[in-house]
Ligand binder design. Structure first.
Ligand SMILES: [Zn+2]
Length: 61
């Protein structure tokens, strides 16, 4: 059910990947979006896979 919201990423729970929600705090969420250079608007149902998340974190740090 559902896959990673990042464009060009096809990881999903159906292939055994864990998906995570965006941070709820708008500031953190915006940081993620900016640092990930992901040009999309997350919905309440958007998820990111672990690979995408660690990529974002690398850029954030
Ligand atoms: Zn992903």
């Amino acid at each position: 059910m559902g896959g990673c919201s990042a464009p060009n990423c096809s990881n999903s729970t159906t292939i055994g990947k864990q998906l995570f929600r965006f941070p709820k705090e708008p500031i953190r969420k915006n940081k993620w979006l900016v640092n990930c250079r992901r040009n999309f608007v997350p919905t309440p149902h958007s998820r990111l896979c672990q690979a995408t998340m660690s990529y974002c974190r690398t850029i954030l740090s």
